[in-house]
Design a protein around this ligand. Structure first.
Ligand code: NAD
Length: 448
């Protein structure tokens, strides 16, 4: 089973040795940082939080994050820098970014966090404001590429109609500041105007919820099941009948149940709906993680490879979601999370079938979000980059090392990084987050 912990790459092993570290220093080679990852009970940040800016969000944020360690004026070392850029309404105002970040950025510690908050450009009230707000994207993505030692940078656009309490923003802000977003960087996330209800406990936000994870026998799916269970959900772990033993192992580990289900079977949606309605009164969360590759250059590809990839990766999630909604087996307020890929954003040689299917997943999320919003159901996608699994272990060694190193964080991600992002989308407090595609790729240069 491709579990969360896999062996470090050849390059990481070399750099981890004394002579390797010496060589890396002499030649300025990348030295991947050990990323701070989430553990229950850990402090929310590795250092104090510096908040700046003079927009509509800055004061509510101080209240929202009142349990965070705020920086004193005397501090010069930080765990996170959060800047409210919603007060910037024209190009001249962009200088505020320079004034705030330039002196502070050097003080950002290992696995530090930069979060810039802006106003959704499409909802800006003037041409000048829209230009200035759109500019934040280039700033934040560039900062992400300059940061070192495992630090990350994100931009969150908040609807101008968001209520002053900013409850709809809270789950996103907490996720991005936490160690749960270790491998997420350079992302732009739009948060809608809706309010959200904070969970009773941020440690177990999914208590009482029922989640289905497809492809849960191994790899990313097995870890998604673990993380959703850690957050309190009862998890129905689904996979093909042939995955039997591995699937039972996952289900046992997470205290959930296993369900033999080929997602491409013509009756898969009906069977799942029936199962969920009989046993649970429906599900709260469905994670369409099952996915396959059948790589070949297009010129050498046969129809079977094309069709198999399309059936598992794209048609199955679409049809199953439609069926669950139609039969009322996905509850009001439900969460649909799809798994795309950076190959669906950048394209990849030898993966015309896979790239098309994963880009189609993005189209599905964007097209379906407004429709499902009528039932207060959200739909979002994670787009993993290079994640250490059986899938990536099969890549030839040179390409594999390049895949690891060609990102701002200069390493591959762990399955838990994808799973934590899924859990943030699944959180009941993420009701204002829909139609989003978030890459979990360490700001990979591929598809940037
Ligand atoms: P994996 O091959 O390790 O696991 C996939 C699981 O899906 C397996 O347990 C398999 O049995 C199951 N599955 C396949 N066909 C199925 C079907 N018809 N019905 C039910 N289950 C089925 O893959 P992984 O690396 O864990 O990838 C999980 C998801 O993440 C996939 O959608 C993949 O495309 C995506 N992804 C992975 C990476 C990566 O770096 N590993 C990168 C980008 C995207």
């Amino acid at each position: 089973m491709a579990e969360t912990k896999s062996a470090p790459g050849l390059y990481a092993q070399l750099i981890g040795s004394a002579p390797g570290a010496f060589l890396a220093k002499q030649f300025g080679l990348p030295k991947p940082e050990k990323l701070r990852r989430y553990e229950p009970g850990q402090p929310p940040l590795a250092g104090p939080l510096l908040v700046g800016g003079n927009g509509r969000l800055v004061e509510p944020i101080r209240t929202l994050l009142s349990d965070y360690p705020f920086a004193d004026p005397a501090d010069t070392a930080y765990g996170a820098l959060v800047f409210d850029a919603t007060g910037i309404t024209d190009v001249a105002g962009l200088e505020q970014l320079f004034t705030f970040f330039q002196p502070a950025i050097k003080g950002l510690g290992p696995s530090g966090r930069v979060v810039v908050l802006g106003t959704t450009p499409e909802e800006a009230s003037s041409v000048d404001e829209r230009i200035a707000q759109r500019a934040l994207e280039g700033f934040t993505r560039s900062v992400g590429k300059e940061l070192r030692r495992g630090a990350t940078a994100q931009l969150v656009y908040v609807s101008p109609d968001a209520a002053t309490g900013l409850s709809g923003l809270e789950s996103t802000l907490r996720f991005l500041l936490s160690a749960k977003s270790a491998f997420v960087s350079g992302q732009v996330i739009r948060v809608g105007a809706g309010d959200a209800k904070a969970p009773e406990s941020w440690e177990r936000p999914l208590a009482g919820k029922v989640a289905v994870v497809t492809g849960a026998a191994r790899g990313i799916g097995a870890t998604i099941a673990e993380v959703l269970a850690r957050d309190g959900a009862h998890v129905v772990c689904a996979d093909i009948p042939a995955a039997g033993d591995a699937l039972s192992q996952t289900a046992n580990k997470v205290g959930g149940v296993s369900l033999a289900l080929d997602v491409t079977a013509p009756d898969a949606g009906d069977r799942l709906a029936e199962y969920l309605l009989e046993r649970h009164d429906g599900a709260d969360i469905i994670v369409h993680n099952a996915g396959i590759t059948r790589d070949k250059l297009l010129a050498n590809m046969d129809a079977a490879r094309w069709n198999a990839v399309m059936a598992v990766n794209l048609l199955a999630p679409q049809k199953i979601t439609e069926k669950l909604v139609e039969k009322g087996a996905l509850k009001e307020g439900g969460r649909v999370v799809d798994v795309s890929s950076i190959a669906g954003i950048a394209g990849n040689r030898g993966q015309t079938n896979y790239g098309a299917s994963k880009a189609g997943v993005i189209g599905m999320v964007q097209a379906t979000a407004p429709v499902l919003a009528e039932k207060n159901i959200t739909i979002n996608a994670v787009a993993p980059g290079f994640i250490e699994t059986a899938m990536t272990a099969a890549i030839p060694v040179a390409t594999r090392e390049a895949g690891r190193l060609m990102s701002s964080l200069q390493q591959g991600g762990q399955t838990v990084d994808v799973a934590e992002t899924v859990a943030w989308f699944a959180n009941p407090a993420s009701s204002a987050v829909t139609g989003q595609v978030v890459r979990v790729c360490g700001q990979s240069m591929l598809g940037a």
